[in-house]
Structure formats: C-alpha cells, structure tokens
Design a binder for this molecule. Structure first.
Ligand SMILES: *[C@@H]1O[C@H](CO)[C@@H](O)[C@H](O)[C@H]1NC(C)=O
Ligand SMILES: *[C@@H]1O[C@H](CO)[C@@H](O)[C@H](O)[C@H]1NC(C)=O
Ligand SMILES: *[C@@H]1O[C@H](CO)[C@@H](O)[C@H](O)[C@H]1NC(C)=O
Ligand SMILES: *[C@@H]1O[C@H](CO)[C@@H](O)[C@H](O)[C@H]1NC(C)=O
Ligand SMILES: *[C@@H]1O[C@H](CO)[C@@H](O)[C@H](O)[C@H]1NC(C)=O
Ligand SMILES: *[C@@H]1O[C@H](CO)[C@@H](O)[C@H](O)[C@H]1NC(C)=O
Length: 451
C-alpha cells in the first residue's frame, strides 16, 4: 500500500493533521493536509474514481529519492480505478512535478486538475520526452507559475503527451498571452478554456496563429480584456473546426463595419454580458445557439435561418422578435425586458417554438395581452417562471396582478364577438316573424307552425 501512496505521488506526506474521507456514493475521496501519521488513510481512496488532495507544501520533497518502480508496483498502479486527481491549495515545485508526472503513464488517470496552486521554479522536462500519458484533460484554475513565454523547449519535451491532450483549461490565472508555438503543440486539443484571464485583442492573433490548435472545437474567452469584435473574428479565422465560442463578459465595441467572416463551422456563440447596444454583425451564418442576454439591446432585427435557441433575457427590448426570421427556433428566452405583449396566441404562430421564458416583463393585461399569454401558458411551453413571474403593469385596474388571474372570458373581453351573434340571431328572428306573418295571412297554403 505504501506504493499507492507513492502513486499519489508521495505528494501526500505533509506536516499538519489530516486525513482522507471517502464518499461511496460519488466515489470521491478527499484528503486534507495529510501527515506521515495519517497517510495510511489514503488506503480508502483506492476504491475512488476521483481523489482530491488539499493543502500543503511540497518543497521539502524535492530531494526525495524517486527511483524507477518495480513490476508489482506498476501492476498495482494499472489496477487502480482512479480517473481524476485534483490538487488544491498546494505549493508545487515544478522540478518535483517533472519527476513524478511520468508515473502517470502506469495509471488510468484521465483528468488532472490543479486549483489554487503556486508552481515554483522551472522543472527539467527532458525525461518526459516520448512519454505517453493517459491524461486527456488538464485543468488549472487560479494558479501562478513562471511565464509561459520562452518555454517552448519545455513544451516540446512534453509534446508526445500534449499532442494527444483533448481538453485544456487555464482559468483565473492572469494569463496575458499564449505564444504561437504552444498552440502548435496541442494538435489534438478539442476544448480550450482560458476564461477569467487578461487576454487582450492584440494577444489573440499570435495565440491562434497558423497551425495552432488545428482541431479546436470549443473555445472560451469569457471574462478577459477583449474589446474588438472585429479583431476577435480575425484572430479565430484559422480555427476551421471551431463550433463553440464564448466571448461573454468582455466589453465588446461595435467597430467600423467589418468584412471578417467567422469560421462557417461555428454553431454556438455566447455574447452574453458583453456591453452590447446592438447585435454586432456579421454573425456566423450557420448559428444554432445565440446568447445575447444581459446586454443593452433595444431591438433585435437579425435573421438566422438555422437558429434553434435565442437567449435575449435582461435587455431593453420593447417587443418580441419576429419568429419569421428564425424558422427553426425552438427556444426563446425574453425574461426581464420591457415587452408588453407576446403575439403568439395561436399554436401555428409558434412554429417549432417549445420553450419560451418571458417572466419579468411589464405586461399589458388588456384582453388580447392577457389572453395571449394565458393561451401560450396553456400549451405548456412557457418555462418555470409561469405564473409567478408574469405580472400586469397596465391597465391600471390590473396593475400588480398575475397575468394568470386576469379574466379573459369571451363575455368580458370581446364584446364584438358576443354582440354580433346576438344581433344576427335577433335579425333572423325578425325575418322569421315577418315570414310567419305573411304566410299566416288568409289565402296562403301552409300554416306557420310547420316551419
Ligand atoms: C456523498 O456525496 C453526496 C452528493 O454530494 C452527498 O449528498 C452525501 O451526503 C455524501 N455522503 C457522505 C457520507 O458524505
Ligand atoms: C487563489 O490561490 C491563492 C493561492 O495561490 C489563494 O491564496 C487564493 O485564496 C485563491 N483564490 C481563490 C478565489 O480561490
Ligand atoms: C486591458 O486592455 C487595456 C487596453 O486594451 C489596457 O489598458 C489594460 O491595462 C488591460 N487590462 C488588463 C487587466 O490587462
Ligand atoms: C453564456 O455565458 C454565460 C456566462 O457568461 C452563461 O451563464 C450562459 O449559460 C452561457 N450561455 C449559453 C447558451 O451557454
Ligand atoms: C430577472 O430579474 C430578477 C430580478 O432582478 C432576477 O432575480 C432573475 O434572475 C432575472 N431572470 C433572468 C432570467 O435573468
Ligand atoms: C394595452 O393594450 C390595449 C389593447 O391593445 C391598448 O389599447 C392600450 O393602449 C395598451 N396600453 C398600454 C399602456 O400599452
């Protein structure tokens, strides 16, 4: 078992009191501040699929003799079911990491996560040359390390592994640039998440230079320091496989009309909370999901023939967009706008729409307004906000009441609809009466009763 401990890379042998807790339901084992005395409690983690280590400092293990493993140890490592290892709140000497990383080649660990860690110094990664690791997903969140620039040699030593990596996340870590050469190493990477960093417009062009991230499908640039829609478009133009792009929580400006074309593969585009006063153009032509919620949009007059989901919550819209511009739309979210009426009181007007959310709008509860919403609610397509989130702002007598509670019976609402039939009935009666009178006059053959 001491070997298992070593697997977990000897990294657990720490000073303060601590132990491991295994949750059988989630197969998650969490170890806090392990000590030499409590390290045996790591044994219970051997049945876990996720193991988490929190707290400690590894600097004094730099000199720890880490030799090659004997065959029985290798076999034991191969039999572990651990798929994911998380290191949190650690000071990690890079030199130690460089020495132990290769042991992962004997395991089935697919996902490695470092949270709130400080990587110290520079390691020597030469030993990793030609090493293949089973790890396909690598995540760093809130970490600090020596700058990435100028470390092309390290990345090239790690390339046998990195060029098979599928997911990489480096979030909340003050990243200001991604050198071109780094992207070229990640030949199989499908998802790159660099949210919550300090990437600026000018740092994107080199990051996605020719040959960088050739298989990338999912890119998150959420909450960075981007301002130019146009230059983001220019920068990602070479990502031919890109399907999802998240630019939310940047402060994008509408630059002079741009002729840049987004990759045609782009299907999901997130421009939520991007400071937009208008929907920027051009948009990727084959979009299926567009999130422009939490902006300052007053109108949306775009047309996207393949769009399926449109998120417009938290804007300043005064009217719902015309569904004719989105023939395939199945989801439309309009919460917290200034919309007074939804115009879809008949099923055929809805087209493919099956999920509508429109709470928090100042509804006009005139008969047609309230009736339309009630009819829409009747279809079951209104989201969870119904009925509590739907209140009337006008007319005054209904202000503050739930739309659901407004009476919209034919009698109360559509006087024309009630009066017209009554008039017609009366008129017919009149005619019938007149005919009767005529027929009952002497000389006519049949009595009126037979009519
Ligand atoms: C295991 O995790 C589940 C889900 O997080 C939680 O509901 C449960 O209380 C945990 N069990 C123990 C023994 O901590
Ligand atoms: C980020 O990591 C540092 C240690 O490097 C830690 O002190 C800080 O609390 C972490 N911040 C968050 C938000 O987790
Ligand atoms: C964001 O970009 C602006 C100009 O592009 C720059 O002045 C500012 O320092 C940047 N902020 C950060 C946190 O990098
Ligand atoms: C867009 O990004 C925001 C975070 O900025 C997130 O809450 C939202 O769910 C994303 N939208 C979609 C459609 O994924
Ligand atoms: C709408 O606004 C309310 C109140 O500010 C908020 O609680 C709710 O989360 C918002 N809904 C959406 C979908 O943004
Ligand atoms: C509410 O709708 C009715 C009927 O369509 C209209 O006459 C009235 O002006 C509207 N009121 C407001 C405040 O928009």
């Amino acid at each position: 078992m001491t070997v298992a401990v070593l697997l977990l890379l000897g990294l657990g042998l720490l000073e303060a009191e601590g132990r491991c807790f295994f949750n059988r339901t989630t197969e998650h084992c969490a170890c806090y501040n392990l000590t030499q005395e409590s390290v045996h409690s790591i044994v219970q983690c051997l049945a876990a699929s996720v193991v988490e280590f929190r707290g400690g400092e590894l600097e004094r293990y730099i000199a720890f003799p880490i030799s090659d493993l004997d065959p029985s140890t290798i076999e034991m490592l191969g039999s572990l079911i651990i798929r994911k290892i998380i290191f949190g709140d650690f000071l990690v000497p890079e030199i130690l990491l460089a020495r132990v990383l290769r042991f992962f080649s004997y395991t089935q660990v697919e996902e490695l996560v470092f949270e709130s860690c400080i990587f110290k110094g520079r390691g020597n990664w030469d030993e990793m040359a030609d090493q293949h690791l089973p790890i396909v997903s690598l995540r760093f969140h809130n970490v600090t390390s020596a700058p990435l620039a100028g470390r092309e040699q390290d990345f090239s030593s790690l390339s046998s592994w990195l060029e098979t990596l599928q997911e990489l996340a480096v979030t909340g870590s003050h990243v200001t640039s991604l050198p071109c050469g780094i992207g070229r190493v990640f030949r199989a990477l499908r998802s790159l998440d660099v949210a919550q960093n300090s990437l600026g417009d000018e740092s994107l062009m080199p990051a996605f230079c020719k040959g960088a991230f050739p298989q990338l499908q999912v890119l998150s640039l959420r909450r960075n320091n981007l301002t130019s829609y146009h230059s983001v478009c220019e920068s990602v133009q070479l990502l031919r496989e890109l399907q999802q792009l998240d630019l939310s929580q940047n402060k994008l400006l509408a630059d002079a009309s741009s002729s840049c074309q987004w990759p045609v593969s782009l299907r999901i585009f997130n421009l939520s909370d991007a400071g937009l006063d208008e929907v920027l153009t051009p948009l990727p032509p084959s979009l299926e999901v567009l999130d422009v919620s939490r902006n300052h949009l007053r109108a949306v007059d775009i047309s996207l023939s393949s769009l399926k989901k449109l998120f417009l919550s938290q804007n300043l819209l005064r009217a719902a967009p015309s569904l004719r511009n989105y023939p395939l739309l199945d989801t439309l979210h309009l919460d917290n706008n200034s919309i007074t009426e939804l115009p879809w009181d008949e099923l055929e007007l809805l087209g493919h729409l099956r999920d509508v959310a429109a709470a928090g709008n100042p509804y006009n509860c005139s008969c047609s307004g309230a009736g339309g919403l009630q009819a829409l609610a009747g279809t079951g397509y209104l989201g969870q906000g119904w009925p509590q989130g739907y209140t009337c702002h006008s007319p005054p007598r209904y202000q503050g009441r739930l739309v659901k509670d407004v009476p919209v019976s034919v009698l109360q609402c559509n006087s024309a609809a009630v009066i017209a039939p009554v008039c017609i009935a009366l008129a017919l009666l009149g005619v019938a009466g007149a005919v009767c009178l005529l027929r009952s006059r002497p000389g006519l053959t049949r009595p009126c009763r037979r009519l």
